[in-house]
Write a protein that binds this ligand. Structure first.
Ligand SMILES: [Zn+2]
Length: 262
């Protein structure tokens, strides 16, 4: 018994030495909880070297991802589902997946919105108020139409998409409070979600309390991972980031590990 055991043990040592990726442990055990997915563009980009390529999911792949969610028992959750669970501590939603879209690109109306309607899937879009109606971005009319459908909620992604940590306190406050006020005027409903520009590098211990002081309930970062469910609001909401060119296997890893690629 000793020799085969020793042989296997030496083999394992060799493989862990030869392939350092095996030493990473994040993919060993799947996790469950509240998954927030971060998207930007839905569209077609053929050049993998384009800097927007990782941020662009083709409509065909996006449809496959929506079907994957339904086939594997996930619930496409709305912003309201997350807020309700947070405020009451109770929820009937199981395996929630919240689709979020950063920056408010025009294709969110032309390409994404018809797909959300086709599959009756909710989404949360983060808008940069100063870019509204500029080339490549959504208009207020499009935002209002999507909002009235009941499928799409909107959150703030600041007024000017600057790195909040590099701003003065007054400027941070303006980015948080003014964008919220503009959105609420245009939508006629409270705006409770906020997304930091530049994600994980975009906030710190000084910035985060101001987000809540400005009246937001949920703050989204680009830190990768899966969140506790029901959501309790102790940390920023982690997001998994499905990239252009990834497969459905990567998508499965995103949903169960909060990241893809070994
Ligand atoms: Zn952004």
């Amino acid at each position: 018994m000793t020799w085969p055991f020793l042989f296997v043990a030496l083999g394992l040592v060799y493989f862990f030495w030869k392939y350092p990726a095996l030493r990473r442990t994040w993919y060993w055990l799947p996790r469950s909880g509240f998954v927030a997915l971060m998207y930007h563009h839905i569209g077609i980009l053929n050049d993998p070297h384009d800097e927007q390529y990782p941020f662009t999911i083709t409509p065909g792949m996006f449809e496959k991802q929506l079907l994957f969610l339904k086939q594997h028992g996930y619930t496409p959750a709305s912003e309201h589902d997350i807020v309700h669970a947070y405020q009451t501590g109770h929820t009937h939603v199981t395996k929630p997946v919240l689709l979020t879209f950063d920056d408010g690109h025009a294709d969110n109306y032309t390409t994404l919105f018809p797909l959300l309607q086709k599959y009756q899937v909710p989404a949360l879009i983060f808008l940069i108020t100063s870019r509204m109606g500029t080339p490549g971005y959504l208009t207020w009319e499009q935002v209002q139409e999507m909002h009235q459908s009941g499928l799409v909620a909107f959150g703030s992604h600041t007024c000017t998409h600057r790195r909040l940590r590099s701003l003065s306190n007054d400027e941070i406050w303006q980015e948080l409070a003014q964008s919220k006020q503009i959105l609420e005027e245009k939508l006629g409903t409270p705006v409770v979600s906020f997304c930091y520009p530049y994600g994980s590098g975009g906030f710190d211990k000084q910035v985060r309390p101001q987000v809540f002081k400005a009246g937001y309930l949920l703050d989204f970062s680009t830190k990768k991972g899966i969140n506790p469910w029901p959501w309790r609001g102790k940390k920023t909401i982690l997001r998994a980031f499905p990239r252009g060119g990834e497969t459905l296997w990567d998508y499965h890893l995103q949903l169960t590990r909060g990241r893809s690629k070994l």
